[in-house]
Design a protein around this ligand. Structure first.
Ligand code: HEC
Ligand code: HEC
Length: 347
C-alpha cells in the first residue's frame, strides 16, 4: 500500500477506535519465508494448547476446538472459564481459512483471521482474560515464549504486540486442513470413491434438493458454502415476541468490533439475531453464515445454537425449511434423505 494509503488507515483507525496495534504492523501479515512461517505455526500451536492464557488457568483453545473431534467439541454450546456456557455451537476449524473465506464466526463479525483468533482470549465465557495487556503479560512472563517470539519475528525491534500473537495463532489455524475425503477423490476423477448411494445423494444435493445453491460445490476447494448469510428459522421462535425491545437495545449500543462477540456469547436472545448484530439492518435478523459441510458427519450437534442433535434431524430440518422458503415442498422420500446423508458422510 502506498504511504498515503497507510496514513489514511492509521487516521481512520484512530478516529474509529479500531485497535491501532493491529493495523500498524502490516509486516507481520506479509507472507514470511518458509522457515519463519514454520516457527510461527509451531508457536501458534503451543499457544493454542496453553491453558495459562485463560482467566482460571483451565481453558485453552483446544478445550473447545478438540483435535480428535475435528476441532469442534460435540457440545450444543461451548463451555469456557469457570464453567460458563456460551450461546453458540463451536465450529470445526478444519479448512476454516480455505479458498476465499474472509468472514469468521456464525455472524461473520470478523473479516480477518488474525483478529478472529484473538477474540476468544478476552471473551468472558471463553478464556476470560481482562484485555490484551493481560494476555501479553501472561505470554512474556514465560522465557521460552519470549525466545520463540523473537525467532518467529526476527526483524522486529519493539516488544510483543497483540498483532504478533494473532499472526502466530492464525498461522497455526490456517495449517489445520481436513485430510482428503472420498468426495475430494471423486472430484479428481476417481468415480469409485463415492459409493452408489452417495452418488445419488450428490445428484439430489445439486439438483432437486437445491442444497448446493448455498452449500456450493463449485470453486477450487469446494468449501460447501457461498460465504453468504441466510435465514434458517432455527432459534427464532424464542425471540419473536420480544423482538422490538431486543433490536432497539442492540442498535442503541451500536456495537463495534470484538464487543459484538462478548455480547452474543453472554446474551442468548441477542445471539439469535445473527447477522443483525453486525449490520444493524432489520433485514438481517436471524441470518447466519452458511456453514461449510466439510467433515459434517463428525461435528454433531448442528446449527448455530447446537439445537439439532443428529445429522438426520439436520437434513430433515433443512429440507423442511428450504421447502418453506421455496414456497413448494421439496418432496424428498426417506430413501432420498438417506442418499443425501450418505453424500454428506463422504465430505
Ligand atoms: C469455550 C470454548 C471456546 C474456546 C476456548 C475457543 N473457542 Fe473458538 N469458537 C468457539 C465458538 C462457540 C465459536 C463460534 C462463536 C460465534 O460464531 O459466535 C468459535 C469460533 C472460532 C473461530 C471462527 C470459526 C469460523 O468458522 O468462523 C475461530 C477461528 C476460533 N474460534 C479460534 C479459536 C482460537 C484460536 C482459540 C484460542 C485462542 C479459541 N477459538 C478458543 C468456542 C471456543
Ligand atoms: C438458502 C441457503 C441454504 C440452502 C438452500 C441449504 N442450506 Fe443448509 N444451511 C444454511 C445455513 C445458513 C445454515 C446454518 C443455519 C443456522 O445455524 O441457523 C445451514 C446449516 C446446515 C447444516 C448444519 C451444519 C452445521 O455444521 O451445523 C446442514 C447439515 C445443512 N445445512 C444441510 C443442508 C442440506 C442437506 C440442504 C439441502 C436439502 C441444505 N442444507 C440447504 C443454508 C442453506
Amino acid at each position: 500500500m502506498p504511504r498515503r494509503g497507510w496514513m489514511l488507515v492509521v487516521v481512520a483507525a484512530a478516529l474509529t477506535g479500531v485497535a491501532v496495534a493491529v493495523v500498524m504492523h502490516p509486516v507481520a501479515h506479509a507472507s514470511p519465508d518458509p522457515a519463519v512461517l514454520a516457527r510461527r505455526i509451531a508457536l501458534g500451536k503451543q499457544l493454542f494448547n496453553d491453558p495459562s492464557l485463560s482467566a482460571d488457568g483451565t481453558v485453552r483453545c483446544a478445550s473447545c476446538h478438540i483435535p480428535e473431534r475435528s476441532y469442534a467439541d460435540r457440545r450444543p454450546v461451548a463451555i469456557g472459564v469457570h464453567g460458563h456456557t456460551g450461546t453458540r455451537n463451536t465450529p470445526s476449524l478444519l479448512n476454516v481459512a480455505a479458498g476465499s473465506e474472509s468472514s469468521f464466526f456464525w455472524d461473520g463479525r470478523r473479516t480477518a483471521l488474525e483478529q478472529a483468533v484473538l477474540d476468544p482470549l478476552t471473551n468472558p465465557v471463553e478464556m476470560g482474560l481482562h484485555d490484551h495487556a493481560q494476555l501479553l503479560q501472561r505470554i512474556t512472563r514465560n522465557p521460552a515464549y519470549r525466545a520463540a517470539f523473537a525467532q518467529a519475528f526476527p526483524d522486529r525491534s519493539d516488544s510483543l504486540t497483540p498483532s504478533e500473537v494473532g499472526t502466530t495463532l492464525a498461522a497455526y489455524v490456517r495449517s489445520l486442513k481436513q485430510p482428503d475425503s472420498p468426495f475430494d477423490r471423486y472430484q479428481r476423477g476417481d468415480r469409485a470413491a463415492l459409493n452408489p448411494r452417495a452418488q445419488l445423494g450428490l445428484a439430489l444435493f445439486q439438483g432437486k434438493a437445491g442444497c448446493a445453491e448455498c452449500h456450493r460445490l463449485d470453486g477450487a476447494s469446494s468449501a460447501l458454502t457461498d460465504h453468504a448469510y441466510h435465514r434458517s428459522g432455527v432459534g427464532l421462535d424464542g425471540i419473536t415476541a420480544n423482538l422490538p425491545a431486543l433490536t432497539e437495545g442492540v442498535i442503541a449500543r451500536s456495537l463495534q468490533g470484538s464487543a459484538i462477540g462478548d455480547r452474543v456469547a453472554t446474551h442468548v436472545d441477542e445471539a439469535q439475531l445473527g447477522r443483525f448484530n453486525v449490520t444493524l439492518d432489520p433485514a438481517d435478523i436471524g441470518l447466519f453464515r452458511t456453514p461449510s459441510l466439510r467433515g459434517v458427519s463428525r461435528t454433531a450437534p448442528y446449527m448455530h445454537d447446537g439445537s439439532v442433535p443428529t445429522l438426520d434431524e439436520a437434513i430433515d430440518r433443512e429440507v423442511y425449511y428450504r421447502s418453506l422458503q421455496a414456497g413448494y415442498p421439496l418432496n424428498l422420500s426417506v430413501e432420498e434423505r438417506q442418499d443425501l446423508k450418505a453424500f454428506l458422510e463422504a465430505l
